[in-house]
Design a protein around this ligand. Structure first.
Ligand code: FAD
Length: 455
């Protein structure tokens, strides 16, 4: 399938300076955001690319107020698909939502998906996203066959695990700082039906939940857990384990799943509605609702992207926004460390609505890819200014001291000292970045905050 360029969309659009942010709504920055369906042209200036802005913090924001950033969302053509090998090539702005809509009913699924489908292929590579099957399939980058990129010296290159392998590795999880991704080639996998067979089971505390996750990973390709960080005493971290696999045709509806446009929150709700008291009530009700084991057939969106059911749900946090905090701690003693992190949350008023807990498999080849073997937790923390900064600092002390690391796609508050102490691969990544971009022409608000780039 090849689409011809649409002349009406052929030229860069946008260009007025306006306020933009990542999904967490913090920080917000003035930027000149343009959209162009010709990424080769749009990348000539050596400007930061962003996809659909679903990273939570400052990764997709320009290095300084008023600077230019290119959104790839108009460059969304499917370039080729081989039905024998499942290999797809598309422009970097092609969205996972489109991929799901077109390919799931045809018997092919993306190999790895994040918790929202409103992301682009370029963003998935730059963040080297992980999904519920990390223990079995690794990150998205493991399935990427090649990239077409504009590198900072101006050349357009085809790169892969064998052509410019260091650049290829540095780009996976490189947060857009090694060049502009123009096209992505990735292997899809065959599935027996587009529906999921799903089971849920409750566990009474965090230790039981982590061993339940690990045990489930031995036979289930998809696993994750929701954990209650607001429960008290022994029950701290009690949670619901969710496992899934693609349903066989006989067990699934014969019809294709319909992806309806979600209901959208039309405006920002007042900041402060999502507060420790309301989170405690919600978490407790959620745990009770799923306390009895259940099983059934689920729509792929309900299983993989449950939050997408409400569009713009981030507005529930109000104008102040929220910080996502996601870290991973290594497998040795992971349940104890997670318990300590939850205790810190309790002491510092850091309630988070239904946090996600997931076990990770092997470290990826991406030089800054997030996962390492162990357990990851993802928390939504309503923004409370200095109190949230102090909480993230304290969590990072604990994570760094235990050999863990944070996920850049979610981060907005970590300090460079913490990041450096967590990231032993940083010197190797810096070296590759410097080789391709000696003057750090390509930079972002995140690279200024964490890597010491000039604004
Ligand atoms: C509800 C929700 C759930 C999520 N769940 C998960 C999850 O389970 N696992 C997970 O790993 N992540 C998860 N994420 C994070 C999200 O998947 C990633 O941040 C990423 O895929 C966002 O894609 P995007 O297209 O919106 O990119 P953006 O957020 O716009 O950009 C992200 C980064 O990619 C760079 N970038 C984007 N496009 C290009 C390009 N063409 N060339 C070079 N650099 C580029 C940007 O500069 C930026 O650094 C979740 C996010 C949300 C909102």
């Amino acid at each position: 399938m090849v689409h011809e360029p649409n002349p009406a969309r052929a030229h860069g659009e946008g260009g007025l300076v306006s306020e933009i942010s990542g999904w967490g709504g913090h920080p917000r920055i003035e930027a000149r955001e343009t959209r162009d369906e010709d990424l080769e042209r749009a990348s000539r200036e050596g400007v930061l690319f962003r996809g659909l802005g679903r990273s939570y913090g400052d990764a997709s924001l320009p290095a300084r107020s008023g600077a230019h950033v290119v959104s790839t969302s108009r460059a969304d053509r499917l370039i080729s698909f081989d039905a024998v090998t499942g290999v797809l090539r598309a422009e970097a702005g092609f969205s996972l939502a489109e991929l799901n809509r077109i390919f799931l009913p045809r018997g092919f699924a993306p190999p790895v998906v994040p918790g929202t489908q409103y992301v682009t292929l370029g963003g998935m590579v730059a963040c080297d996203v992980h999904g519920k099957n990390h223990h079995a399939e690794g990150t998205f980058g493991r399935h990427v066959r090649g990239l077409r990129m504009r590198v900072p010296d101006g050349r357009v290159l085809e790169i892969s695990a064998t052509r410019e392998p260091e650049l290829f590795r540095a780009t996976q999880g490189g947060m857009g700082l090694t060049g502009a991704i123009l096209e992505v080639e990735v292997a899809l996998r065959r599935i027996p039906s587009p529906w999921l067979r799903v089971e849920t089971r409750a566990f009474a505390d965090i230790d039981a939940l982590v061993s339940g996750l690990r045990e489930a990973g031995r036979h289930s390709p998809y696993t994750l857990a929701w954990s209650d960080t607001t429960a008290r005493g022994r029950a701290l971290g009690r949670g619901i384990l969710i496992t899934g696999d693609w349903a066989e045709p006989g067990a699934a509806p014969a019809r294709a799943p319909v992806f309806r446009a979600p209901f959208e929150l039309p405006f920002d709700l007042p900041s402060g509605l999502i507060a420790p008291w309301s989170i405690r009530l919600f978490n407790s009700a959620y745990y009770r609702l799923y306390q009895r084991a259940r099983s059934g057939i689920a729509h792929p969106r309900a299983f993989f992207h449950p939050l997408d059911v409400i569009g713009r749900w981030n507005r529930a946090y109000g104008r102040r926004g929220f910080a996502q905090y996601q870290c991973v701690v290594p497998a040795a003693a992971d349940a104890q460390i997670v318990r300590r992190l939850f205790e810190i949350l309790g002491r510092m008023d850091g309630a988070s609505p239904v946090p996600v807990v997931k076990d990770f498999g092997a470290e990826a080849s991406g030089l800054l890819s997030f996962p390492l073997p162990g357990v990851t937790i993802a928390l939504d923390l309503p923004m409370r200014g200095a109190a949230t900064q102090a909480l993230v600092d304290r969590l990072n002390d604990e994570v760094a001291a235990n050999g863990g690391r944070i996920y850049l796609a979610k981060d907005s508050l970590s300090r460079p000292e913490h990041f450096r102490s967590m990231e032993r691969r940083l010197p190797a990544w810096n070296e590759t970045r410097r080789k391709w971009d000696p003057d750090a022409r390509l930079r972002s608000a995140l690279s200024v905050r964490l890597l010491g780039d000039e604004p």
